[in-house]
Design a protein around this ligand. Structure first.
Ligand code: GDP
Ligand code: K
Ligand code: MG
Length: 300
């Protein structure tokens, strides 16, 4: 006759915040594996990503939404609409803020929207590894005045500082419920899509400014062999022939290096030998064509 078990809990936590606040980094840390790609560039996360975090008796379903910013193009508007509809369905709305920078328009816009909808949220001040504690307290006081936040947490998604307390607290906010996913599942993203996202991340990291926004990656074929290895063939879409030349690099050096980085990471995730085959195709205006949204789940 030991202690009665704590109830099983399960629910959704929507991560909203300005681009680069650290949403994907936090989600990966909470899940304990890379399920959402991370880079210093904005618009890295284009679609909703679900990360499944097991914490004690709770299954915390983190939804990493595309950064909320002022939309200009059609694709951007679709991303922002997807972000808000995701947030409205969640059990907990968590607003993530980069505490090392001045409060930006995106964050103010989020607070305004929460105020209008009378939706309560929690605030997570991230990147506390970068700033002194006094500054953090000042910032917390300012956010507290908005009246939107029931709680304020201070963490570093990068170092893990403050994460256990945050997870304890989030777990307790979720409804009592059976788990929706098996406890060893990390995400609901199909492997083909995750593989494409990983290549896109490597392109973002290795290419110069501006170009990466004009890129989409699609996994075209996934072949498994008897020796346990897998061959993943992917198409990289660019909008103009000169962009194709940049992606290929001199004598194909750039695409080779992108493929090698993607392979290393995929071997770690899949725990087996991986071959990555990359092809570059020119397709004009893919960002304005509705048929290219569906692969990211933005087809609503
Ligand atoms: P997102 O756009 O909100 O998903 O932000 P990302 O997770 O892609 O992170 C943006 C950048 O901030 C990346 O370069 C991360 O490595 C960095 N970052 C995220 N969290 C932290 C943190 O706690 N401390 C520091 N120093 N950097 C962080
Ligand atoms: K980012
Ligand atoms: Mg992200």
């Amino acid at each position: 006759e030991g202690e009665p078990l704590a109830p099983m809990r399960c629910g959704f936590v929507a991560l909203v915040g300005a681009p680069n606040a650290g949403k994907s980094t936090l989600l990966n840390a909470a899940v304990g594996s890379k399920v959402s790609i991370v880079s210093p560039k904005v618009q890295t996360t284009r679609s909703r990503v679900l990360g499944i975090g097991m914490h004690k008796r709770a299954q915390i379903l983190f939804v990493d939404l595309p950064g909320i910013f002022t939309p200009k193009k059609r694709l951007e508007r679709a991303m922002v609409a997807a972000a808000w509809s995701g947030a409205e369905e969640a059990d907990v709305v968590a607003v993530l803020v980069d505490a090392s920078r001045r409060v930006d328009d995106d964050t103010n816009g989020i607070i305004l929207r929460l105020t209008q909808s009378k939706r309560k949220a929690i605030l997570i001040l991230n990147k506390i590894d970068l700033i002194p504690y006094e500054r953090l307290l000042e910032l917390a006081a300012r956010f507290n005045e908005t009246g939107v936040f029931t709680d304020i947490f201070m963490i570093s998604a990068l170092t893990g500082n403050g994460l256990p307390d945050l997870l304890d607290n989030l777990a307790n906010r979720l409804p009592e419920s059976p788990w929706l996913y098996p406890d060893d599942q990390l995400s609901d993203m199909p492997m083909r899509l995750l593989a494409a996202e990983i290549t896109r991340e490597k392109l973002f990291l290795q290419l110069h400014q501006e170009l990466p926004y004009a890129i989409a990656v699609e996994t075209e074929a996934w072949e498994e062999f008897d020796d346990g290895s897998v061959k993943i063939s992917q198409l990289i879409y660019v909008q103009r022939p000169n962009q194709k030349a940049i992606v290929l690099g001199k004598n194909g050096a750039k695409i080779k290096s992108v493929g090698a980085a993607a392979r290393t990471e995929l071997e770690e995730i899949l725990d087996r030998r991986v071959h990555v085959m990359l092809f570059v195709k020119v397709r004009e205006d893919w960002a304005e064509k509705p048929d290219s949204y569906s692969q990211w789940g933005l087809d609503f």
